[in-house]
Design a protein around this ligand. Structure first.
Ligand code: SF4
Length: 224
């Protein structure tokens, strides 16, 4: 699809509420950041930061996000892991927003009908049994931890509550430190890290930032 925006609005900054909700909505139906970044002609990091809840956005990027949202809102995306991560983080799918409300910070999404973002559910096991159900670490190309755990969408993941720390600017050491501390409390940290070493370029995953994961990947390649 063609996404355009007025270049004169590059320097106009506006609240990012609607843009964040649109990008979260597209993630909820399976559209990964890399695909959205390509369509909007911005970096995947920009998409991830906006999706995580950045405060402000330039008007021309907000307009591209609006056009993309309108073009894709009824089309399921290609990524089941993206859909599951979005469900775990509580992202509301596109159908739950009215255009009139989406930019209002006080508005809430309507209940979802669950058509495009359906995630298979399973009964939540008692907390004491959860660790026994965690998958062994996946090899490259393996499943995302949320895919591997049938009830992953209902786990209490620290990155669900305050996701912007997990995609903070790499110079923001306080936010990165908070994200790593959150990962250390996470029930699926090890499986998440194995997934991220193989599949995720940006942000904190499994307690390691992008440089640390790249270093770990190089170390494993040397050792193999
Ligand atoms: S290990 Fe960290 S990034 Fe992965 S699911 Fe847990 S809190 Fe989120």
């Amino acid at each position: 699809m063609t996404v355009t925006a007025d270049p004169a609005r590059r320097r106009v900054v506006e609240p990012a509420v609607a843009t964040t909700r649109r990008l979260q909505g597209l993630a909820a139906i399976g559209w990964p950041a890399d695909n959205l970044a390509g369509e909007m002609r911005v970096s995947p990091v920009t998409i991830r930061r906006l999706t995580a809840g950045q405060d402000c956005v330039t008007a021309h990027i907000a307009e591209r996000a609006r056009q993309l949202f309108e073009g894709l809102r009824d089309t399921p995306g290609p990524s089941e892991p993206t859909r599951r991560i979005a469900a775990a983080r509580g992202y509301a799918p596109p159908e739950t927003w009215d255009e009139a409300d989406i930019a209002d910070p006080r508005s809430q999404p309507r209940p979802a009908r669950g058509r495009l973002n359906a995630v298979p559910t399973a009964a939540q096991p008692p907390a004491s049994r959860r660790s026994a159900r965690l998958p062994r670490p996946a090899r490259a190309g393996g499943q995302h931890p949320l895919t591997a755990i049938p009830d992953g969408a209902s786990l209490q993941l620290p990155c669900r509550d305050d996701p912007q720390d997990w995609f903070a600017d790499t110079s923001d050491t306080e936010a990165i430190g908070r994200a790593k501390a959150g990962c250390r409390r996470c029930a699926i940290r090890r499986a998440c890290l194995e997934h991220a070493i193989a599949h995720e370029k940006y942000g904190v995953w499994g307690g390691l930032d992008e440089d640390e994961r790249a270093a770990e990947l190089r170390r494993r390649r040397r050792a193999s």
